[in-house]
Design a binder for this molecule. Structure first.
Ligand code: PEP
Ligand code: MN
Length: 362
């Protein structure tokens, strides 16, 4: 059972609800705080034998906004009532919700300072403030480029600041990377914000999920596991949230099966509305890792554009996409990286598709 309090409910009201809940034998009580832009909402969760606990016992207590029986999965991330709002969060002043689409365009893997600078300059010219920059790369072979790691963080963050980029999505593969990012940001004077990414290969690394859940400074961009069910991926997000960090952007990135060929993965953006129905998480799509190549359709648009359109028309509100100033020189995933000249074109395309989505859902 979940008891939701009114925004910014005073401490006494919360205490009264918790006391009332604790009167029920065998039921354990936990509170969760969701800090929004302008207010904080607290939920009191009752876990255990709650079927005998009457809803009315809480409904009339001062400060209670609603009581929901949660027999279903996904206690924290779940959308337990159809009308419930998507759980928005802000990262360094940028709001991630379901009301607008953010393009997180950038390098799959940071390689040189010059490439990072050219990428950041292209973002500024396009008026974009969100990017992706991989420093820690989990690669299939140990002999492939593993990313520059902590060594590149000072200049990546400095350049982000220089070009007005406010959010850098960056994968972490170990809890130590959180400390390295925190230290590098502090050293550079916090010129930008970071959203930490959990890659598809770590979708069920429960220890890592716990670690990113135990901090609240960095929101988490969670990539669905490529070889597990959607339910398993959503449960992985529940791990993050249950440790105290509800600020999660759920990213679809295709699933691994030969049936997706010639694409790198089978594009799974038909799951955008499913994730939105089952959870309150804003949903991101990654067309680059889904498609994995830049072939053009007869209409002249790369498949990467077409699947982006499919995700955005289905209600995705973020697009994580690989670009590179010189794709042929990229040290990781060059074949799927769009050249910088395609950035304004993709931006315009996304805006038009989003407008169509808003038109039909208004
Ligand atoms: C990435 O986004 O750089 C990446 C490695 O993606 P995924 O974990 O989805 O393969
Ligand atoms: Mn990649």
């Amino acid at each position: 059972m979940i008891i939701t309090l009114e925004p910014d409910a005073p401490e006494e009201q919360l205490t009264a609800v918790v006391r009332a809940a604790e009167r029920h034998a065998g039921v354990s009580v936990r509170t969760f705080e969701f800090r929004g832009e302008t207010s904080t909402i607290t939920e009191v969760h009752l876990v255990g034998p709650t079927s005998a606990v009457p809803v009315e016992a809480f409904e009339h207590l001062p400060g209670v906004r609603g009581v929901a029986r949660v027999s279903r999965r996904y206690r924290l991330i779940g959308r337990h009532r159809p009308g419930e709002e998507t759980r928005a969060f802000t990262c360094n002043g940028v709001r991630f919700d379901d009301k607008q689409v953010h393009l997180l365009a950038g390098l799959c893997a940071v390689d040189t300072r010059q490439h990072v600078e050219e990428m950041m300059a292209a973002l500024r010219d396009a008026g974009l403030t969100t990017t992706r920059m991989g420093a820690y790369k989990p690669r299939t072979s140990p002999y492939e480029f593993q990313g520059l790691g902590r060594a590149c963080l000072p200049w990546v963050f400095e350049l982000a600041g220089k070009y007005g980029v406010r959010v850098v999505a960056m994968e972490v593969t170990d809890a130590r990377h959180l400390d390295e990012i925190t230290a590098a940001l502090a050293e550079a004077g916090d010129p930008t914000g970071v959203m930490v990414q959990i890659g598809t290969r770590n979708a069920q690394n429960f220890e890592l999920l716990r670690q990113v859940g135990q901090q609240r400074r960095f929101p988490v961009l969670f990539k669905r596991g490529m070889g597990i069910t959607l339910e398993e991926s959503l449960n992985a997000c529940e791990y993050i949230a249950s440790e105290g960090n509800p600020n999660i952007l759920f990213c679809l990135r295709g699933v691994k099966t030969h049936l997706g060929e010639p694409h790198r993965n089978l594009v799974d953006f038909g799951h955008v509305p499913v994730v939105r129905r089952l959870t309150r998480l804003p949903v991101c799509i990654d067309p680059s890792h889904s498609v994995g190549r830049l072939d053009l359709a007869p209409d002249g648009l790369p498949d990467v554009f077409h699947v982006t359109g499919q995700g955005v028309i289905a209600g995705a509100s973020a697009v994580l996409v690989d670009f590179h100033p010189r794709p042929e020189a990229a040290l990781c995933d060059g074949p799927q990286a769009l050249p910088l000249r395609d950035l304004p074109r993709l931006q315009r395309y996304v805006e038009r598709v989003r407008a169509a989505y808003e038109d039909v859902t208004r």
